[in-house]
Structures are given as structure tokens and as C-alpha cells.
Design a binder for this molecule. Structure first.
Ligand code: FE2
Length: 410
């Protein structure tokens, strides 16, 4: 039988020896040490590493590439500068063009799924309009999942609730929130009750910017875990950032909070590059402003690492490099053992794919034939050198091949 594509002689994160991968009808057909089936197209892997595509489960496509200078380098100035940008510069075309440019680059960097928050505090919902259109237009490259995100606070203005609901009606997929940025602490708690209710009524996933602060007394993640357990929405609710856990009481975090989160089945997304940069500004000695990834994983939680920002009001750097994200997470989280490094690779591939509930993700037979060949022989080497993405395959088609001499057509 003739198959559409044969990728020969590749290492993968999941096999001890090199394998061949046969693809037919946009799906992985077979993975074996040697496949003799004729193929319409063959890619010679030359023992490079074939991986399922990177998954960036926390990003902000509406502010990407705005390149607004942040003079103090703080979260507060970022939020203020973004508010000004929204007022003065934002248009549907502006958001669409920047987000599209970034997505094209992200695709070349091996990313094929992005969960992007979109600010719904804009009364005209320009970001939601642009990104729901982009989601359709770029589906042949990247799976985009959008989160209705009330950046200024669910209770920051009376109309935000309606705008959030309207964004969901427009095709935004996930319910977002930001309890620590509500005007009063109590409103943060109330916002979680309301947002979880909206998600339950509509059958949607939830992803909350939660306790993204240096406040040791913030307890919104505890509330979110309790509401997740009560509603039976385990696996469908994600707490993003939770950087306050780094300064909370150690007994509370280890003996109460993490077991409670594990019991509820809540997911966590850390953003190592942004967390370490924006957190800890106001204290000395400095703490590591990132969730305890090692302890969360050990407790059985599904934990992803994500990029969050790229050349926007919060972060002047970024290159859609999920290997850089995982590497930074490994440093901050004491995840440098060999098994721990392999797990860090999972935090930018399989684990966020689970969080986003991507269907048929992976390299097994039956999975969607989305894969990337990187210029390394192992996951650890790929992490070490931020290995170049040399071949990008989407739905069984070779879309990018920068390692041209290594490929041929049958
Ligand atoms: Fe974020």
C-alpha cells in the first residue's frame, strides 16, 4: 500500500531507538523501526528528533508585537500601557495583522496550537473580532483557542459581563478571569463564582489569571480549586501563573493548597519567562516568582509552561521559542535531573495539549500527522541548544523544510 508520507530514521521523545513514521490521509498510520511501504513523499530524518508540535497554552495575541516600551519593567506599567494602547491605537486590522505575523513565525518555530487570551474590556471587542477571524483563517497552520479575558477586571465596569458573554457568542472558546485585579478582594472571589457559573452553563473550559502577584495572602487559587471540586469540572479548569504561591506560607502551600488542587483536578500553567521578570519587583531578597512546578507535578497535577508575551507592553523579548520557555522553567523550578528535563519538554508539548483538550495529539498511530523535525538527537540536546526547527509537517504535508539537502520526493 502506498502512503502519503514516510519520515525515515528519526529519534522521538518516546522511543529508545530510531523509528520510521508513515502518514496517510493526514494521520499517523504506523510507527516502527523500519517501514518498507512505498510513499509519495519521503523525508530522510537522519536521526534528527521528530516531535509533536509545540503547544503554547497561554499567550496574548491581541497585544503581541505592539512593542510598547515599559520603562519600569513592571506588571502595573504593562497593564497601564496596554490600556493606553487600546484607547489610542487598537483596531481590528491592527490586531489581526500583528497576530497573523506572530502566528506565521510561531509556526516556523514549531508551534501548532496556541491558547490566547483576548481582552474583552474593550466595548467594541476589536480583539475578539480580529482573533476569531484569524482563528478561522489560520486553521491550516495553527489551532487557536481563545479565552475571554477581562483584563481590567470583571467588575471594573458594569458592561464587562455582557462583553464577555458577547465574546463567547462570537466564537471565543474559554472563560477567563483575573480575580487579583478586581477593585476589591471580595470581588475577586465573586468573579470566580460568576465565571465558573457561566462556564458550567455553557459547557466551556476555564482559564483564570490567578494570584499573579507577590501577595502572600491572596487565596484566589484556593477558591478556584474549591469551586472546581464542587462543580465536578476537574480537568476543565486552569489556574494560570499563580506566582503568589512562591511567597505564601510553605506549610499552607504544601499541606493544604497543592493537595486541594490535586483533589480538584485543576490544571496549572506557568509562564517562566514572564513570571520571573514581572514578579518580585518590590522585595529584597528576591524570591523566585514562579509556581512550584516540581511540587505540582509530583502531586499529579497537569502543568504546562507557556510563553505569555512577545514584544508587548509586558515583555520586550520573546521569539516563540518553547524550548527557551521550558529551559527557563527548568532553571527556576529545579527541574534539571534527566527525567525532570524530559518532563519539562512535556510541559510545552503533551501536557498543555491535555490542558487545551487537543484531539488526537501525539505521534501514535491515529494521531493527527502534525510534527516537527528539530536539529538534535534527543530532547535534552534540543533543550540545551534550542535546536533549530528544520522540517514542519501539518496535516501530513511538509510545509517548511529548511534542511533541504536532507529531504527528497519519491
Ligand atoms: Fe497572561
Amino acid at each position: 500500500m502506498m502512503v502519503d508520507l514516510l519520515v525515515r530514521n528519526v529519534h522521538t521523545p518516546y522511543h529508545s531507538d530510531p523509528v520510521d513514521i508513515a502518514v496517510n490521509n493526514t494521520r499517523v498510520e504506523q510507527v516502527a523501526s523500519r517501514i518498507e511501504t512505498p510513499a509519495r513523499r519521503t523525508v530522510e530524518g537522519q536521526r534528527r528528533l521528530a516531535i509533536p508540535p509545540f503547544v503554547d497554552a497561554h499567550f496574548h495575541l491581541d497585544s503581541v508585537l505592539t512593542r510598547v516600551p515599559n520603562l519600569s519593567g513592571t506588571l502595573r506599567e504593562g497593564i497601564d500601557n496596554w490600556a493606553r494602547y487600546k484607547q489610542d491605537n487598537l483596531s481590528v486590522e491592527d490586531v489581526y495583522d500583528r497576530a497573523r505575523r506572530y502566528c506565521e513565525h510561531a509556526f516556523a518555530m514549531g508551534i501548532q496550537a496556541i491558547r490566547s487570551h483576548v481582552d474583552v474590556c474593550d466595548p467594541q471587542l476589536r480583539g475578539a473580532e480580529a482573533l476569531t477571524r484569524l482563528k478561522r483563517d489560520i486553521a491550516d497552520r495553527i489551532d487557536i483557542q481563545l479565552v475571554a479575558f477581562p483584563q481590567d477586571g470583571f467588575f471594573s465596569a458594569p458592561q464587562v459581563r455582557q462583553q464577555l458573554l458577547k465574546a463567547l457568542d462570537m466564537g471565543v472558546d474559554v472563560v477567563g478571569g483575573i480575580p487579583h485585579n478586581e477593585p476589591m478582594y471580595q470581588q475577586g472571589t465573586e468573579s470566580l463564582h460568576e465565571l465558573m457559573q457561566i462556564a458550567a452553563e455553557r459547557g466551556l473550559l476555564v482559564d483564570i489569571h490567578c494570584d499573579e502577584s507577590d501577595d502572600p495572602n491572596s487565596r484566589h487559587v484556593e477558591t478556584l480549586a474549591a469551586l472546581t471540586a464542587r462543580s465536578g469540572m476537574g480537568g476543565r479548569v486552569t489556574a494560570s501563573h499563580i506566582t503568589a504561591t512562591a511567597v505564601m506560607d510553605a506549610y499552607y502551600v504544601s499541606r493544604k493548597l497543592i493537595p486541594m488542587m490535586a483533589g480538584a483536578g485543576i490544571n496549572v500553567i506557568c509562564n517562566p519567562l514572564i513570571n520571573i521578570h514581572l514578579g518580585g519587583h518590590f522585595s529584597y531578597p528576591k524570591h523566585r516568582a514562579m509556581a512550584p512546578i516540581r511540587e505540582l507535578l509530583a502531586a499529579g497535577l497537569t502543568v504546562g509552561c507557556a510563553q505569555d508575551c512577545n514584544e508587548d507592553p509586558w515583555y520586550p523579548l520573546g521569539n516563540a521559542d518553547m524550548l527557551e520557555v521550558a529551559r527557563m522553567g527548568a532553571h527556576i523550578g529545579h527541574m534539571m535531573g534527566l527525567d525532570a528535563l524530559r518532563t519539562m519538554f512535556d510541559t510545552v508539548t503533551t501536557l498543555p495539549a491535555t490542558i487545551m483538550q487537543l484531539p488526537d495529539y501525539g505521534l501514535e498511530p491515529g494521531c493527527r500527522a502534525n510534527l516537527v523535525l528539530v536539529g538534535a538527537e534527543s530532547v535534552i540536546d534540543a533543550l540545551r541548544i534550542s535546536a533549530p526547527r528544520e522540517v514542519v509537517i501539518r496535516h501530513g504535508h511538509v510545509v517548511i523544510e529548511s534542511g533541504a539537502p536532507r529531504t527528497d520526493s519519491a
